[in-house]
Design a protein around this ligand. Structure first.
Ligand code: GLN
Length: 197
């Protein structure tokens, strides 16, 4: 069975586990870097990106996560996870894993809209996707290899670059499993590709 890990240092971990299982894959909570060898794809959940980065360093995950991505195994970053994947962060000198060629802005929707829902059209996934945003970032710039999958009021809120996928919202918080399912399919395809290469 396809094994998808959820980085379990902080944030919305259990909800992702449930939605991965409901999408037909096995879910593992990843708390030690050695566990990365056991999985075919990884979710970086929402939470708080600076706290998550502190824990990534504390538990010596930083290089292991980068190597996981560079090995061709898919990574899906949601909300704080999207921030971790970005090459650049507005107003910060240092970004984190820098695996996706994009620039992001944290808490970008402003205070009056700390938390809201919107129906999105997501390329390759479908229409009327019920997206939950919580102190969400958005993407302000993408490189040539990054495909924009969804925008909200002109701001990029979902994107894909090869085997990397990200969303500014929380696809694990509703019953709409289409985006998690899309990621599980990316992982299934990558298993085949990596086996034949
Ligand atoms: N605002 C958070 C951050 O900057 C992200 C919010 C979320 O993951 N729901 O890390």
């Amino acid at each position: 069975m396809t094994k998808v890990g959820v980085l379990g240092l902080q944030g919305a971990v259990r909800e992702h586990v449930q939605s991965i299982e409901a999408s037909g894959a096995e879910a593992l909570i990843i708390k030690r870097k050695e566990q990365l060898d056991e999985i075919d794809g990884l979710v970086l959940p929402g939470g708080e990106s600076t706290t998550m980065r502190r824990l990534i360093d504390k538990y010596d995950f930083f290089d292991a996560l980068i190597n996981f991505g560079k090995s061709g195994k898919p990574i899906f970053g949601t909300c704080a996870g999207l921030i971790l994947l970005a090459k650049e962060i507005v107003g910060q000198d240092h970004a984190h894993l820098q695996l996706m060629d994009m620039k992001v802005e944290r808490n970008a929707f402003g205070r009056q809209k700390d938390s809201f829902e919107a129906a999105l059209n997501i390329k390759g996934i479908g229409a009327d996707f019920d997206a939950v945003f919580i102190r969400a970032p958005y993407v302000v710039e993408v490189g040539d290899d990054v495909e924009v999958l969804a925008s909200y009021k002109g701001n990029i809120v979902a994107a894909r670059q090869g085997h990397y996928l990200c969303s500014a919202f929380h696809p694990e918080l509703t019953d709409d499993l289409r985006m998690v399912h899309y990621f599980v399919e990316m992982v299934e395809q990558s298993i085949k590709q990596l086996a034949s290469s």
